[in-house]
Design a protein around this ligand. Structure first.
Ligand code: AMP
Length: 286
C-alpha cells in the first residue's frame, strides 16, 4: 500500500528513516494529473533505487496566470492509485505555507533564478522558473539525498534543476526521455484540456521539431533558417506559436546563437498555444 503523507515534515521523517535503514531513494516531483510520462519516471525511480517516492504539489509560485493555476487538472485519488501501480512507496503533498513555514514564499519566488532562467520560458512566462526554483529547493530539502527524476520535456527546467541539485549534498538528477502519444504529441497534463480539433493539430509541434532535426542532418546550422522551418511546419489556424527557437544547451544563452556550427548540444525548443492551452516541447538536433 502506498503511504500518503500530508506536509513536508512527515515526508522528511519518512525519507530520513528510509536512509537510516540504508535504503536508496528515487524521487519524482510532480504536479499531479498523472499520465504515462510521469509514470515512466516513477517506474524508473523504483527500478533504479530501493524505494521510490513522489510528491504532488500544484505550485502556485510557478503559475504566472491565475486562470491557468485554477484550471490545472487535479485528480488525487486516481493519481495515488497510478503511483502505487508504478511501484511508488510514498507520496506527499502539502500547502504552500507548509513548505515556507518561516520564510516568505513570495520573496523566495522573487529571487533571481540564474542563467538558465534567461530567455524562452524565462522570457515568456515571467516568474515561472523563479517559482520552480523556490519550490524545488524546498522539495529537495524535504527528501534529502536521493536520485531525483525529471522529464526532458521541460528542458529548461531540467537545466535549472541540475544547477539547484548541485547545491545539495547527495542529490543527483536523472533526466528522462519524453514520452509521446502515437501522434508524436508530448504527453502533458494539459493535453486533457484540448478539444478534438486541437488534439489533431497539436502533433504539428512535434513535426516541427522533426523538420528541424531533418534540416540539421542536411547541414543547416543557421538559427534563423531552422526557426523558419519550424514555424512553417506549424502553420495552422489552431496553433499560435509563442517561440520556435534553437539554443546550445552546452552553453545556454538568452537569445539564439545565430550560427550553430560550434554548438556542443544544439536543441530546438517550442512553445505554442492551442486556444488557452500552452504546450511546450523540444528535441536534440545533432
Ligand atoms: P509536472 O507534473 O508537469 O510538473 O511534471 C512532473 C515531471 O514529469 C517533470 O519532471 C516533467 O518534466 C515530467 N514529465 C511531464 N511530461 C512528461 C512526458 N511526456 N514524458 C516524460 N516526462 C514528463
Amino acid at each position: 500500500m502506498i503511504e500518503s503523507l500530508s506536509g513536508p515534515r512527515r515526508a522528511k521523517v519518512w525519507c530520513d528513516n528510509a536512509r537510516a535503514r540504508g535504503l536508496r531513494i528515487g524521487y519524482v516531483p510532480t504536479m499531479g494529473a498523472l499520465h504515462r510520462g510521469h509514470l515512466s519516471l516513477v517506474e524508473r525511480a523504483a527500478r533504479e533505487n530501493d524505494l521510490a517516492c513522489a510528491s504532488i504539489f500544484v505550485n502556485p509560485l510557478q503559475f504566472e496566470r491565475a486562470d491557468d493555476l485554477q484550471k490545472y487538472p487535479r485528480d488525487e485519488a486516481r493519481d495515488h492509485a497510478l503511483l502505487e501501480q508504478a511501484g511508488c512507496a510514498m507520496v506527499y503533498g502539502g500547502a504552500l505555507a507548509q513548505f515556507f513555514p518561516r520564510d516568505d514564499a513570495a520573496a523566495a519566488a522573487a529571487r533571481d533564478a540564474g542563467k538558465f532562467a534567461r530567455g524562452l520560458e524565462g522570457k515568456f512566462r515571467r516568474g515561472h522558473l523563479q517559482g520552480v526554483r523556490a519550490i524545488v529547493e524546498k522539495l529537495f530539502a524535504t527528501v534529502g539525498a536521493c536520485t531525483a527524476y525529471f522529464g526532458e520535456k521541460d528542458f529548461q527546467q531540467c537545466l535549472l534543476v541540475q544547477e539547484i541539485a548541485a547545491e545539495f549534498d547527495g542529490i543527483d538528477v536523472t533526466v528522462c526521455a519524453c514520452v509521446r502519444e502515437e501522434s508524436g504529441l508530448a504527453m502533458s497534463s494539459r493535453n486533457r484540456r484540448l478539444s478534438d480539433a486541437q488534439l489533431r493539430a497539436a502533433p504539428k509541434i512535434y513535426q516541427a521539431l522533426c523538420a528541424a532535426q531533418s534540416a540539421w542532418r542536411d547541414g543547416e546550422r543557421d538559427s534563423a533558417a531552422l526557426e523558419k522551418i519550424m514555424r512553417a511546419q506549424m502553420q495552422d489556424a489552431l496553433i499560435q506559436i509563442e517561440y520556435a527557437e534553437v539554443r546550445d544547451a552546452a552553453n545556454w544563452s538568452e537569445h539564439a546563437p545565430p550560427d550553430l556550427r560550434n554548438a556542443g548540444q544544439p536543441r530546438a525548443l517550442i512553445a505554442a498555444y492551442l486556444g488557452a492551452v500552452r504546450l511546450i516541447d523540444n528535441a536534440a538536433l545533432g
